[in-house]
Design a protein around this ligand. Structure first.
Ligand code: F6P
Length: 322
């Protein structure tokens, strides 16, 4: 291959820039031209392409967000949109693509390959960590540390006022952030989409905690753990057992900020491996890291197979909340 395109798509994640840098620099070192596609699939349809040299990706390894920008494109969900994107790719002489994103990004990539035979490899970039075929996605570690910093601060005020705080973290369909943040933040309860936890259970847990002498509690709730989120869950629990409660929704703060060392190393490794894989003639796969080793997983498996949460960690968090 002589020319390869790289893009970021879906929710941004800290470390995406480090992955772009790795793709560009690995390909340039191997004499392959690189084209940056702006705004994900939306920019692909509009032909928003820029040449990227090693100097263009200087000083971005430490930056959150994505210099290529990102989008969730509705037009790309139609066959016409994908045909236009394929036309633009061909017109620019791009022979293969590195897609950095999450499950929506990879579902789009699978369709683009099926309908237009464009070779694509995926790099897992999402704070959610919900992709099969990699122990960690790029951005997860940073998001967990950002949320943890917030929880530590909230614990100070929760303890001072003797209140129960419900803290909602991101994760519509997956509880990876909530679980790690909950364990590391010493939460009394962790509510995950994977382990339904209703208001009855939470009310009872708060009652028991009070009886044991705890004067404040932290309840970590994943966005998708309960219909209506942490606020609705707290109000329902208060109907069962009255307590002084407050809700904090951490929201998009978890998506920003400088990537941790872990995310930078992961992004550098996976970005370079993706470039190498594509140039070597393999496509339709996601590059991941499993038990410390680079692993290739078909894109279809990465999005269709479910990565389970670590039940041992969940149980441990419960025991340590004593
Ligand atoms: O997929 C990443 C993510 O941050 C989810 O955790 C969250 O549910 C969603 O994106 C929010 O999407 P948006 O930024 O489009 O509101």
């Amino acid at each position: 291959m002589k020319k390869i395109g790289v893009f970021t798509s879906g929710g941004d994640a800290p470390g995406m820039n480090a992955a772009v840098r790795a793709v560009v620099r690995w390909l340039s070192a191997n004499e392959v031209e690189v084209v940056g596609i702006k705004r994900g699939y939306a920019g692909m349809i509009d032909g928003e392409f820029v040449a990227l040299t090693p100097r263009d990706v200087a000083n971005i390894i430490q930056r959150g967000g994505t210099i290529l920008r990102t989008a969730r494109s509705k037009a790309f969900m139609t066959p016409e949109g994908r045909a236009e994107a394929a036309k633009q790719i061909a017109k620019a002489g791009i022979e293969g693509l590195v897609a950095i994103g999450g499950d929506g990004t990879f579902r789009g990539a699978i369709k683009l390959t099926q309908e237009h035979r464009i070779p694509i490899v995926g790099v897992p970039g999402t704070i959610d960590n919900d992709l099969y075929g990699t122990d960690f996605t790029i951005g997860f570690d940073t998001a967990v540390n950002t949320a943890l910093d917030a929880i530590d601060r909230i614990r100070d005020t929760a303890a001072s006022h003797e209140r129960v705080f419900f803290i909602e973290v991101m994760g519509r369909h997956a509880g990876f952030i909530a679980l790690n943040v909950g364990l590391a933040g010493g939460a009394e309860v962790i509510a995950l989409p994977e382990v339904p936890t209703g208001p009855d259970e939470i009310a009872e847990q708060i009652r028991v905690s009070e009886a044991k002498g705890k004067s404040s509690s932290i309840i970590v709730v994943a966005e998708g753990a309960y219909p209506g989120g942490a606020d609705t869950l707290m109000r329902a629990a208060q109907e069962i057992y009255p307590f002084e409660g407050r809700v904090t929704v951490l929201g998009h703060i978890q998506r920003g900020g400088s990537p941790t060392a872990h995310d930078r190393v992961l992004a550098s490794r996976l970005g370079a491996a993706a470039a190498e894989t594509l140039v070597a003639g393999t496509s339709g796969v996601m590059l991941g890291e499993v038990e410390g080793e680079i692993a290739l997983t078909p894109l279809a498996d990465a999005v269709e197979k479910r990565k389970p949460i670590n039940r041992d960690l969940y149980e441990l968090a419960g025991v340590l909340a004593e």
